[in-house]
Write a protein that binds this ligand. Structure first.
Ligand SMILES: [NH3+]CCCOc1cc(-c2cn[nH]c2)ccc1C(=O)Nc1ccccc1
Length: 341
């Protein structure tokens, strides 16, 4: 791969390669972290173009800094210049779940369950941390090279001041995935709206098309508010029951994420003690000695000084280097940095 002309803010820290995705106001490019050689995704935003959306990005950055979970795309570093904001993110080589479904028309029940479990894990975790995502859809679920899903795009997420039981007002997200109470302008709970979107997502996994769809937005809204959707003959009884519990028009009758974690459809074929691994496998707060030591030696600082720097979690190049080294260690790869950079 030949690196393309990068931005001086990244020179020496990241090599930049071609665009791997874009959405609205951001372009996402493949990058390589120079000290570890690890691939990353670099989300590039122009502050002028962002305009009123700039607060959304600040919100996304603060949310992602506090999220560390195996099914949430990890933020490694934030670089801000006068004109640009760069978010250095975990690289997901196998692209969007959306394309994965389209390529196969639809998934088998077992494959849908394999992915839905991970979505339940990610949503249970972010709700536990006090965030509602509010834009759950297959375009925002990416695949790493081990069929693991990573949730992205927290630009619309909400952290209600009064906690997850206080109501939200703003209508946002993608209409086809929006809950009835959200599109009827009522106050709603972010957690309940996310559960509805998970119902639309599960339907898309099992059927390959959307439960509520129409080119005319008013007709689409009426279909969502009716809660009526087609049940194709290939759906099993248990799948239909699962969908019904997710796609309840009345949010108070809708299943909760806590119930989902041990629901028989979700935990099918797992040993009885299995619960969806919704807890994070990362204990981000205790630093790994081997990684701290490798960095201290490489950078020429004492372990104590290196430990103090990393304990600040300032999401600078040191944070990115540590997190990428730690990720290599999890994959039983060598915990070594490129020397004499
Ligand atoms: N629908 C996804 C398009 C590519 O976008 C991303 C890819 C990665 C990615 C790719 N590989 N690894 C991570 C990480 C983040 C994004 C992202 O946040 N995109 C976006 C969201 C909202 C507005 C504009 C752009």
């Amino acid at each position: 791969m030949v690196p393309i002309k990068s931005y001086c803010a990244l020179d020496g820290f990241y090599e930049m390669y071609d665009t791997i995705g874009s959405g609205g106001f951001a372009k996402v490019k493949l990058g390589v972290h120079c000290l570890t050689g690890e691939k990353v995704a670099i989300k590039i935003m122009d502050k002028k173009q962002l305009g009123d959306d700039l607060p959304r990005i600040r919100l996304e950055i603060e949310a992602m800094k506090s999220l560390s979970h195996q099914n949430v795309c990890k933020l490694f570093q934030v670089i801000e210049t006068d004109a640009k904001i760069f978010m250095i993110l975990e690289y997901c080589p196998d692209g969007e779940l959306f394309d994965y479904i389209v390529e196969r028309d639809r998934l088998t029940e077992d494959e849908a369950r394999h992915f839905f479990r991970q979505i339940v894990a990610a949503v249970a975790y972010i709700h536990h941390k006090g965030f509602a995502h509010r834009d759950l859809k297959p375009e925002n679920l990416l695949l790493d090279d081990d069929q693991q899903l990573k949730l992205i795009d927290f630009g619309l997420c909400a952290k209600p001041k009064g906690g997850m039981n206080s109501h939200l007002e703003t209508c946002c997200g993608s209409p086809a995935y929006a809950a009835p109470e959200l599109i009827s302008g009522k106050c709603y709970l972010g957690s309940e709206a996310d559960i509805w979107s998970m119902g639309v997502l599960l339907y898309a996994l099992l059927c390959g098309y959307l439960p509520f769809d129409d080119d005319n937005i008013a007709v689409l809204y009426r279909k969502i508010q009716s809660g009526m959707y087609e049940k194709p003959e290939w759906l099993s009884e248990s799948s239909m029951e699962m969908l019904d519990q997710l796609l309840q028009v009345d949010p108070k009758r809708r299943i909760t994420v806590a119930q989902l974690l041990h629901h028989p459809w979700v935990t099918k074929d797992c040993n009885p003690s299995y619960n969806v691994q919704w807890e994070s496998i990362y204990q981000t707060k205790e630093l790994d000695d081997e990684c701290v030591t490798e960095m201290a030696v490489s950078i020429g600082k004492s372990r104590k000084a290196m430990h103090a720097i990393l304990s600040d979690w300032s999401y600078d190049y040191n944070t990115a280097t540590y997190l990428l080294l730690w990720k290599r260690k999890q994959l039983s790869k060598s915990v070594r940095l490129m020397r004499d950079q």
